[in-house]
Structures are given as structure tokens and as C-alpha cells.
Design a protein around this ligand. Structure first.
Ligand SMILES: O=C(O)CCC(=O)C(=O)O
Length: 191
């Protein structure tokens, strides 16, 4: 598509399979969740020999970038149970959260372009503390088709279908401290 044609057609449509809910948790629940996440023994995100600036704690499973496989992690803590129940209800029948990642983004920290590991199926992300630009891109010939979701604090997004399998996502450096809790279901084992 030429740039001029893209201009006349307007911005890219929302990625298929992306759902968003504003005010998914109350301001009180948000503060409580932030307190719990900040009290975790968060560690810099490790991918092989590299360290990311965001700090994380995994529950249920974690992905080992050196061994390139999932490892069992500590069990999902009880304080997450009520939120998980609501996330599973949002996901609909059969939604079973098996992995949770708590992340802290200090000012100036973001996350680069990626798709989540294929071991997981749907991804739900709860934004806490501050907003972020949740960016999507997919290749369209020699160009990128792009979409940005303004993820407000206390909102939940769900990535399934093409938004999860085809589009990549990233978050540019945040302007105020942000926490996220991502909840993942498992993919069917490949035969
Ligand atoms: O912080 C978020 O909402 C997204 C995190 C993410 O993309 C990831 O951990 O793979």
C-alpha cells in the first residue's frame, strides 16, 4: 500500500482478537495490588545473558531463555485469586489462568517488540499505577501496519487470535512508574 493510500484509509483497524476493559479494578484494589507487587522479590528481566530494565516475578511457570523452555515457578499467590477469578470470567467459559507475571516499569523503562512465547495461549494484562501506549505492529509488505491502544491504569486488555499470534506488541518508555500483572492461559500441547 502506498503511504498516500494508507493516509486516505486512516489508521490501521484494531487487531483482531484484542479486547479492552476500562476500570477493570477499583482504585482501592489497584492500590492493594500495587502494594503486593512492590513487596515481591522482583528481579531484572533475564533473557539469556542479557538483563532488561523492567523488574519481574513469575508464578506458575517462567520461560528460561537460556534453556529455551518453560520451567515451573512458585505457585500463584493467594492474594491474586480474586483478580484471577474476574479475569477468567472476562475471558469466558474454559478460561484457566496458569501463569502470572508481575512487572515493574520505572520511569524511562519499556518493553521491546515481541510476541509472547508459543507455550501460552491468551494473554490478559492489567495496568496499574499509570497509563501506557500499548503498541502493535504487523508487517504489511515492506511497511508496518500499526495500532496503539491507550492502556489506562486499572484497565485490562486481552490478546487472542491475530492480536496475539500475528501482531507484535511493545511499550515505549513510560513517563510515570507503571506496574502490570499479565495472566496467561496455556496453549494446547503440540502433537
Ligand atoms: O506490561 C505489559 O502490559 C505487557 C508485558 C509484556 O508484553 C510481556 O511481559 O510480554
Amino acid at each position: 500500500m502506498t503511504e498516500q493510500l494508507a493516509f486516505f484509509m486512516g489508521p490501521s483497524p484494531e487487531p483482531e482478537g484484542l479486547r479492552y476493559a476500562a476500570d477493570f479494578v477499583s482504585p482501592e484494589a489497584e492500590q492493594e495490588l500495587i502494594r503486593h507487587v512492590a513487596a515481591l522479590p522482583l528481579q531484572p528481566f533475564q533473557f539469556g545473558q542479557y538483563e532488561g530494565k523492567r523488574r519481574v516475578a513469575s508464578f506458575g511457570f517462567s520461560y528460561d531463555y537460556t534453556l529455551r523452555r518453560l520451567r515451573e515457578a512458585k505457585p500463584i499467590p493467594d492474594w491474586l485469586a480474586p483478580t484471577i477469578k474476574e479475569v477468567e470470567a472476562f475471558g469466558g467459559q474454559g478460561t484457566l489462568i496458569r501463569q502470572v507475571l508481575c512487572t515493574e516499569y520505572d520511569v524511562g523503562v519499556g518493553i521491546g517488540w515481541h510476541r509472547d512465547k508459543p507455550h501460552f495461549d491468551r494473554i490478559f494484562g492489567l495496568s496499574l499505577g499509570s497509563a501506557c501506549k500499548f503498541r502493535f505492529r504487523r508487517s504489511a509488505g515492506e511497511k508496518w501496519q500499526r495500532f496503539t491502544l491507550d492502556a489506562a491504569p486499572r484497565s485490562l486488555y486481552m490478546m487472542s487470535g491475530a492480536s496475539r499470534q500475528v501482531w507484535e506488541h511493545s511499550i515505549p518508555a513510560v513517563e510515570a512508574p507503571r506496574y502490570s500483572i499479565t495472566f496467561r492461559t496455556m496453549a494446547e500441547p503440540r502433537t
